[in-house]
Design a protein around this ligand. Structure first.
Ligand code: PLP
Length: 378
């Protein structure tokens, strides 16, 4: 099986497995316990917090460990719902992951206003600038890179605009972290991340909050994480998260991703030559180097592509993993102005740091073969 679904989840790196094993074997205590075993766990946790904070560019105590990005993103919306009260409003981009989108609607209903995106899937900065001149939401939420299209959002510019109006800025950086340098993310007021998107284990993530401030806990109970998130920290998976991100940050600093981008671009060019009726979503705007979001030429059966490519030995996806299985047009493509019939043809191929040029070549051959089979059947 050649794996092209890194945006859904990435294989766990050796360094992350080793870090997990080390803590699991050597550090027994609960980080909140007063004895020596507890202190050892607390030190490992503090070290992990410091390392992540250094990579993001924030204070260690700005980090709250969570069970993943879904929890972190829900925490933000829950906190602002409590803080802003009945009249509060949040502005949320039209292409957010459902855990931001649904939780904003859950807590704010119609007071969650949608920030539109262009046809290329980039948030509309002119809209943001114009609207902020007239109104002040309690929070603006714009993801750093989209999970379905890979389109990188102008989060730095959006943050600067928000900050010029003293509006807090939240970015879901789940797809961005580990694929692009973390530098600068610490300047955002709220940032969420999930280890399993960058080679760490599933079920662990974090929320970066502003300047050691308080956040209304979503989970109540113990006073872990400075009273901001109850529950014993999973020190081993947290250590593995940091180990994986350290590897990725070093690889990115060596610009390894630029060669990988070239392989992806070569794939796209050859793909469009072979299937001229297909198109690539967001091809004209900055995108993550690993993602191909293609509108396939054949019919409206995107699941057919996934199933046939799976049989041929390639794991690809119809979009975000959370909507897989429901053959529905994606809200992201709808927000970009694609009609349902078009959006139903979207297939996402997302590579990673272990993908080789030969893997891309093999995928191209498989896509061409499946296209031939589907045409014969039609
Ligand atoms: N945000 C984005 C952009 C994602 O792609 C995902 C996962 O697909 C999530 C949030 C949810 O992350 P987790 O699986 O850690 O809860």
């Amino acid at each position: 099986m050649i794996y092209f679904d890194y945006n859904a989840t990435a294989p766990v790196m050796r360094e992350a497995r080793e870090a997990w094993l080390h803590v699991t074997e050597k550090i027994d205590g609960n980080p909140s316990s007063m004895h020596q075993a507890g202190s050892r766990a607390a030190i490992a946790l503090a070290n992990a917090r410091e390392s992540l904070a250094a990579m993001l560019g924030c204070h260690p105590l700005d980090i709250v460990w969570t069970s993943g990005a879904t929890e972190a993103n829900n925490m933000v919306m829950h906190h602002f719902a409590k803080k802003l009260g009945a009249g509060g409003e949040v502005w949320v981009s039209a292409i957010e992951h459902p855990c931001v989108d649904d939780s904003s609607k859950h807590y704010f209903g119609k007071r969650a206003k949608t920030i539109p995106v262009t046809r290329d899937g980039v948030i509309d900065l002119d809209w943001l600038t114009m609207e902020l001149a007239d109104a002040r939401p309690g929070l603006v939420a714009i993801m750093a890179a989209n999970n379905e299209t890979g389109v990188i959002q102008p989060w730095r510019e959006a943050m600067a605009i928000c900050h010029s109006y003293k509006v807090p800025f939240f970015t879901d950086a789940v797809q961005y972290i580990g694929k692009m340098p973390c530098k600068g993310l610490g300047d955002c007021d709220y940032v969420s991340g999930a280890a399993h998107k960058f080679g760490g284990p599933r079920g662990v993530g974090f929320l970066k909050i502003p300047h050691r401030s308080h956040i209304t806990p979503l989970l109540l109970g113990g006073k872990q994480e400075g009273g901001r998130r109850a529950g014993t920290e999973n020190v081993a998976t947290i250590a593995a998260l940091v180990a994986a991100l350290e590897v990725r940050e070093k690889q990115i600093a060596r610009s390894e991703h630029l060669l990988r981008k070239l392989w992806r671009d070569n794939f796209e060019a050859a793909f469009l030559r072979a299937l001229p009726a297909a198109s690539i979503i967001g091809q004209n705007v900055p995108r993550l180097w690993n993602t191909v979001s293609a509108l396939m030429p054949d019919g409206d059966r995107k699941l057919q592509w996934v199933i046939r490519l799976d049989k041929a030995g390639f794991a690809v996806s119809t979009g975000s993993a959370c909507t897989t299985g429901k053959e529905e047009p994606s809200h992201v493509l709808s927000a970009m102005g694609y009609k349902s019939a078009h959006a139903m043809r979207a297939v996402r191929m997302s590579a990673g740091w272990e993908t080789t040029e030969a893997d891309w070549d093999a995928l191209l051959k498989a896509v061409v073969k499946v296209h031939g089979e589907m045409q014969q059947k039609a």
